[in-house]
Design a protein around this ligand. Structure first.
Ligand code: CAA
Length: 383
């Protein structure tokens, strides 16, 4: 058979994992999802529940105390958490994003020092690439790292940092040689407790309100030279390789949000009666649900295929990661918008979860590279 298809078929273990994370999400995360959104507060209950079941950072390899889950298992965890609360799904997702540079390119010492506490649930990890004037053009960053003996001194501002302030550890990309653009960027691990690290006020956002997004200020932050991840000048490539893998986790989030919206709408149309029968008996409504389910299933297949590519050393992950993220996030926006439509006026109110899902879906078209950037990445890496 075609090895691609064997790789992304879920195994019994994956199915068992889905059962576990689905019941945990429904019991311990869903009950707080509306309040977390309404109050724009960190979903501490979700973090506690995920840590208690070792599901907060499943991607960490076993040798560093983690579960050693493959990319598909990580996708399943994120998908199921996002199905009930997108903000909470950023806990496992951003723990992967922040720590993957260390896993892919870090020294044995860095891995040991930083992955252990992450795996135990003692520390979270964030990823600092974007800046106020460097978003899509990530290589245009200004944050500077200057060598000083056995140390590096970092200065700059990072923006849109997910879980900033909550995380203990930060992977920070900074310019070490301004002459070389992308080849003059290096990656470092910065700790929240390092002197000179501080945070901006939480951004007031349309969605994912439970996940704090803040600026990270680096003011003469002096860190030991062995905190550099990989060789000097490889930080941009590491950042891009990381995104190849983690765009699959954003696709997973989009799938989860869309599945949550579809499940809710499906139930609603059987209960809601107009013109003497459930509105689900009308073909116009049935066709909408059919389209929603079709788009979701196509997005899921592409995402699982990308997850399989994520397990391979060689291959076309760059294309697949971008394609999965782009396709699944567009699908999630369409599906959540249609789900709101199916509930009519009720869908538009905060008495029902669908308007939150629609607001949460929007970010998946924007972060980890806008869907316009994904098209640039795909076009440069056609399979
Ligand atoms: N794998 C490995 N190396 C790569 C790579 C990849 N996928 N992509 C690029 N590189 C390396 C290569 O070494 C390349 O050099 P060569 O040409 O010699 O091979 C070098 O990087 C420069 O690459 P490009 O010339 O492609 O760089 P560019 O300036 O044209 O930028 C880009 C390319 C795709 C537009 C990139 O800037 C990009 O992805 N932008 C979007 C940034 C982004 O996704 N930001 C999200 C931030 S994280 C977030 O949102 C999460 C959160 O917490 C909110």
């Amino acid at each position: 058979g075609n090895p691609d298809f064997d790789l992304y078929r879920t195994s019994e273990e994956h199915d068992a994992l889905r059962d576990v994370i689905r019941s945990l999400s429904e019991a311990k995360i869903a009950p707080f999802a509306a309040a977390v959104d309404e109050e724009a507060r960190f979903p501490q209950e979700a973090l506690d529940a995920l840590v208690a079941s070792d599901l907060h950072a499943v991607h960490v390899p076993e040798e560093f105390g983690g579960a050693g889950a493959d990319a598909l298992a990580t996708v399943i965890v994120i998908e199921e958490v996002a199905r009930v609360c997108a903000s909470s799904s950023l806990i496992p997702a951003v723990n992967k994003l922040g720590s993957l540079p260390v896993i892919l390119s870090g020294s044995a010492d860095l891995k040991k020092k930083y992955l252990g506490p992450l795996a135990k649930g003692d520390a979270m990890f964030s990823y600092c690439l974007s800046e106020p004037d460097a978003g899509s053009d990530a290589a245009g960053m200004k944050t500077r790292a200057v060598r000083d003996g056995d140390h590096w001194i970092l200065n700059g501002v990072k923006r849109w940092i997910t879980n900033a302030g909550v995380s203990e550890y930060y992977t920070v990309m900074a310019v070490t040689d301004p002459e070389k653009r992308s080849k003059g960027i290096s990656a470092f691990v910065v700790e929240k407790s390092d002197e000179g690290v501080s945070f901006g006020a939480p951004e007031k956002k349309l969605g994912i309100k439970g996940s704090p997004t803040r600026e990270v200020y680096l003011d003469n932050v002096r860190i030991p030279a062995d905190r550099m991840i990989g060789e000097e000048g490889t930080g941009f490539a590491t950042a891009m390789k990381t995104l190849d893998h983690t765009r699959v986790t954003i696709a997973a989030q989009a799938l989860g949000i869309a599945q949550g919206a579809l499940d809710y709408a499906k139930g609603y149309v059987q209960e809601r009666k107009q013109f003497g029968k459930p509105i689900g008996d009308f073909q116009g409504v049935q066709f909408m649900l059919a389209d929603m389910a079709m788009k979701l299933e196509a997005a899921r297949q592409l995402t699982y295929a990308a997850a399989a590519k994520s397990e391979r050393v060689e291959g076309d992950l760059t294309f697949f990661g971008a394609a999965a993220k782009c396709f699944a996030s567009d699908a999630a926006m369409e599906i959540t918008t249609d789900a709101v439509q199916l509930l009519g006026g009720y869908g538009y109110t905060r008495d029902y979860p669908l308007e939150r899902m629609m607001r949460d879906a929007k970010i998946t078209q924007i972060y980890e590279g806008t869907n316009q950037i994904q098209r640039i990445v795909m076009a440069r890496n056609l399979p």
